[in-house]
Design a protein around this ligand. Structure first.
Ligand code: GLA
Length: 389
């Protein structure tokens, strides 16, 4: 569904639920990370792009003071948030992403206006495409629209990240919220997570496409494993006497190997290698050197699978199928994307082979795992937008 169609749909849903037309419509995209995995919380580089899948909200000022009502048009479920006092966690669970952002704006001294909101999302839930970041950034964008006060997009991303930490209990890095807030159509975003400096990398060569392959599996261990990986990286940095793994070169890691346990050494090796691969991939994209970018993607997957141990059988199956199709069949590279333990792979492919590759991956994945994959291609989309002010 295009963003325009989505906007029409959410306006109609708002009208149906609240009995009047909405005043504001805002949207924020999900993302796929092309390369730079588990590097953001290590002060490294990431290279994500916003995808044409969105959280979208329609809203109007509400009659009940001190209250924000939110209606989820897909699950037909409502949440009511008291904004006359500091916003706290509550039910239903999904409302915490929104509550966290409302609280973040309160902490900046903003009085939250009473609002009636309808929302929906086309970002697959829990698929590693940042459905939660899209919802958080969408909420922040709605508050900008409703108060008429734009805030710096970097600050917006940070408020959204804090919502994820404090209200959803996920100690995530900064990548997902940044790309949802700052994405630009036709571009990837090279983000230096240490300085928060961003560089737009054009990705508009019509000869190539990015395919997102959702394994449609999610292994439950993901929550605790993520925090554990973060802790192992911090341990590595501490034992090597640096602030973060960003400050360690591959040579320095080898010299300091004795100071690390075998597992922590491998975690650090992934991060340090991945930071290097990410800047090289950005160079490859700038030069339209697709075979080089593809090889870096495969190398990233191997490292995530063997050293960082965040892949799973289904993600590995997709990458193996992509490798079998190979360059001859139009695949440059493929890797798992996002936190891991299920979710999605991203593949860089020749544009005129998209249909054949999609069919082949779907059939072989089903045969290998018994699961149905969901596959789509997306051009790099724009970040959060106010569609109706
Ligand atoms: C999740 C987190 C991000 C990032 C990735 C791994 O998506 O939300 O901050 O750490 O995992 O690269």
């Amino acid at each position: 569904m295009t963003l325009k169609t989505l906007a029409i749909q959410i306006a109609a849903d708002f009208q149906k639920h609240y009995g009047r037309a909405p005043r504001w419509i805002v949207a924020a995209p999900g993302r796929v990370n092309v390369i730079g995995e588990h590097t953001d919380y290590n002060d490294g580089f990431v290279l994500p792009m916003a995808i044409e899948r969105y959280a979208i909200m329609a809203a109007d000022a509400a009659a009940t003071p001190g209250q924000v009502s939110i209606y989820d048009t897909h699950f037909k479920e409502s949440a009511t948030v008291d904004v006359s006092a500091p916003v706290t966690k509550g039910q239903p669970k999904w409302s915490n992403y929104i509550r966290g952002v409302l609280a973040g704006f309160q902490n900046r001294g903003m009085k939250i206006p009473a609002l009636d909101v309808a929302f929906m999302s086309t970002v697959p839930l829990g698929g590693g495409l940042s459905s939660s970041a899209a919802l958080e950034v969408c909420t922040a964008t709605l508050l900008e629209a409703a108060t008429g006060k734009a805030i710096d997009p970097i600050e917006k991303a940070l408020i959204a990240q804090k919502a994820e930490h404090d209200f959803a209990g996920v100690p995530c890095g900064i990548m997902d919220q940044f790309i949802s807030a700052l994405g630009r159509e036709g571009h990837l975003l090279l983000l230096d997570c240490r300085t928060r400096k961003t560089e737009l990398v054009p990705m508009s060569d019509p000869a190539v496409a990015l395919l997102v392959i959702n394994t449609n599996v999610k292994h439950e261990l993901s929550g605790g494993e993520y925090a554990e990986r973060r802790a192992q990286c911090e341990e590595a940095a501490k034992n090597l006497g640096v602030k973060s793994l960003r400050d360690v070169t591959p040579d320095q890691l080898e010299q300091g190997k004795a100071k690390l346990s075998e597992v922590v050494y491998r975690r650090a090796r992934h991060v340090i290698g991945e930071i290097e691969r990410t800047t090289h991939a950005a160079e490859g994209i700038r030069a339209s050197n697709w075979p080089s970018v593809g090889n870096l993607m495969y190398a990233s997957h191997t490292s995530l699978r063997d050293d960082y141990e965040v892949s799973c059988a289904e993600l590995d199956a997709v990458v193996e199928i992509a490798e079998d199709i190979g360059y001859q069949g139009g695949v440059y590279g493929c890797r798992m994307t996002g936190g891991g333990f299920g979710g999605c792979c991203v593949a860089l492919v020749k544009a005129d082979c998209v249909d054949a590759i999609t069919k082949k991956i779907a059939a072989d994945y089903k045969a290998k795992t018994g699961f149905e994959a969901t596959i789509f291609s997306s051009r790099p989309a724009a970040g959060a937008t106010i569609l109706q002010q």
